[in-house]
Design a protein around this ligand. Structure first.
Ligand code: SF4
Length: 87
C-alpha cells in the first residue's frame, strides 16, 4: 500500500487505501451517496466487486487498466459492469 507522499504505483490498492488519494476517494464516496437507490450497487455487492478488483492484475493505483476508471466509482453503479466480465 502506498503511503503519504509516496509516489510509487500500487498495483493492488483501492483509492480508500491510498492516503495520498483521499480527495479522490471523498469524491467517490459523495458520488456513491448521491446515486439514486435504484442505480446504487448494494453494499454487499459493492464490496464483493471491489474484492474482485483487489485480486485482479488490471488494478493499479485504484484504477482499472482495462477501462481507465477508478474501480470504486465504476463498481458503485449497479448497471455498470467490469469491462472484462469479472463482475
Ligand atoms: S474492473 Fe474488472 S478488469 Fe478492472 S480491475 Fe476490476 S476486476 Fe479487474
Amino acid at each position: 500500500m502506498a503511503g503519504e507522499g509516496d509516489t510509487r504505483r500500487c498495483r493492488q490498492c483501492l483509492l480508500r487505501e491510498m492516503t495520498n488519494e483521499n480527495d479522490y476517494y471523498e469524491s467517490v464516496k459523495r458520488y456513491r451517496a448521491t446515486l439514486p437507490p435504484k442505480k446504487r450497487t448494494p453494499d454487499e455487492i459493492y464490496e464483493a466487486r471491489l474484492a474482485r478488483c483487489k485480486s485482479c492484475s488490471a488494478l493499479e493505483n485504484g484504477t482499472c487498466r482495462e477501462c481507465g476508471c477508478y474501480v470504486e466509482m465504476r463498481a458503485a453503479r449497479q448497471d455498470i459492469h467490469c469491462p472484462v466480465e469479472r463482475w
